[in-house]
Design a protein around this ligand. Structure first.
Ligand code: SAH
Ligand code: SF4
Length: 341
């Protein structure tokens, strides 16, 4: 099969299609961004060229949607079938103002093994190619309208697949195509410090979120194996370096798990640890995952955490509990992947 064009930039499309006039690459790039399904849709490409390209690329996209799950709260989860038969999930979240956010996967499974995360229990199969990342956004747009925000918070660890994440951001942000603003894109990492430094040095200059979850060394190492090799001091150094270069406020995500990391001393540790940084904290009450030995935090514990952080002068947001009905909320992705077809 030909390499799908959806992960390529205009000049690369021109080369791949063998166009001698480069602007044809831009035309095709624009059509893909606009949701064209085949070369036959591309009315500004001369008919004979359209015919031969349609024969070479019978399908413009390399992935198909083969599962669709809708929650009562409007959250939608799609299962995408990839060219090699593997599958990933992608989620569309809609907030109360109607703003749509695409929650995009970067790997099939994840090797990081966080104890509280469904994706972590699946193990790791492979990195996604840029076209497989871009097409998640294209499918969501075609089916539900254009998401204004994109977060790399689906399955996988984006900083382990930085080359393809970079390429997909370049395609999605390109002004001749979808033209998504870099300020509307967020990369979330479990705390790979070398990747954070690389991002600070070489971009793209998108928003950064870090899954901190605990600022107590032992607790974090127990929940997130990454902390055993990149401990809290190293992580804070990397974030100070990132902030020194970009000046951006960093989002710290904290999954609150009942009786594990939701006591006041746990929250105080987060406030103390983040003091040298400009951050906001996003509290995410743990979303249940069948067979994992955790429980949700008490409502009171979440409220107390908000109060404590706010009185320490840290802006706090609470993640809405959306998508639970389709297991499409944070950390629940992966339940449909072993379902029979
Ligand atoms: N691998 C990246 C991005 C994907 S995970 C990362 O870890 O940051 C996206 C977010 O979901 C992370 O903040 C993670 O801590 C959170 N998460 C994982 N499992 C969860 C669960 N069961 N309930 C709530 N949040 C969870
Ligand atoms: Fe991977 Fe993120 Fe889940 Fe950890 S929380 S296992 S890094 S997807």
């Amino acid at each position: 099969m030909e390499r799908p064009l959806s992960g390529l930039l205009p000049r690369e499309i021109a080369a791949e299609c063998g166009f001698d006039r480069p602007f044809r690459g831009t035309q095709v790039f624009k059509w893909i961004a606009a949701g064209a399904q085949s070369f036959q849709d591309m009315t500004n490409i001369p008919a004979p060229e359209r015919e031969s390209l349609s024969a070479r690329f019978p399908s413009l996209l390399g992935t198909t949607v083969d599962g669709r799950f809708r929650d009562e709260d409007g959250t939608v989860k799609l299962r995408l079938r990839l060219p090699d038969g593997a599958a990933v999930e992608t989620v569309l979240l809609t907030d109360i103002e109607g703003r749509k956010t695409a929650c995009i996967s970067t790997q099939v499974g994840c090797p990081m093994g966080c104890a509280f995360c469904k994706t972590g229990t699946l193990g790791f199969l492979r990195n996604l190619e840029a076209f497989e990342i871009v097409e998640q956004y294209l499918h969501l747009t075609r089916m539900f309208g254009r998401p204004s925000n994109l977060v790399f918070m689906g399955m996988g660890e984006p900083l382990l697949n930085l080359a393809q994440v970079r390429r997909s951001v370049e395609v999605l942000a390109h002004p001749e195509g979808i033209g998504l603003s870099l300020r509307k894109i967020t990369i979330s990492t479990c705390g790979l410090t070398e990747g954070i430094r690389d991002l600070a040095d070489s971009g793209p200059h998108v928003r950064l979120a870090v899954s901190l979850t605990s600022a107590v060394e032992e607790t974090r190492s127990g929940l997130m194996p990454v902390n055993r090799t990149r401990g809290l001091a190293d992580l804070r150094d990397a974030l100070e370096y990132y902030q020194g270069k970009t000046g951006d406020r960093i989002t710290l995500e904290a999954v609150l798990i009942g009786g594990v990391n939701d006591r006041s001393e746990d929250i105080q540790a987060i406030a103390d640890w983040s003091r040298p940084l400009k951050v906001q904290v996003n509290l995410i009450p743990w979303n249940p995952v069948p067979d994992l030995p955790f429980r949700e935090p008490a409502r009171r514990a979440v409220e107390d955490a908000v109060t404590l952080l706010e009185s320490a002068g840290i802006p706090v947001t609470r993640r809405m509990r959306r998508g639970r009905g389709v297991l499409g909320a944070c950390g629940q992705l992966g339940d449909t992947l072993r379902a029979p077809d």
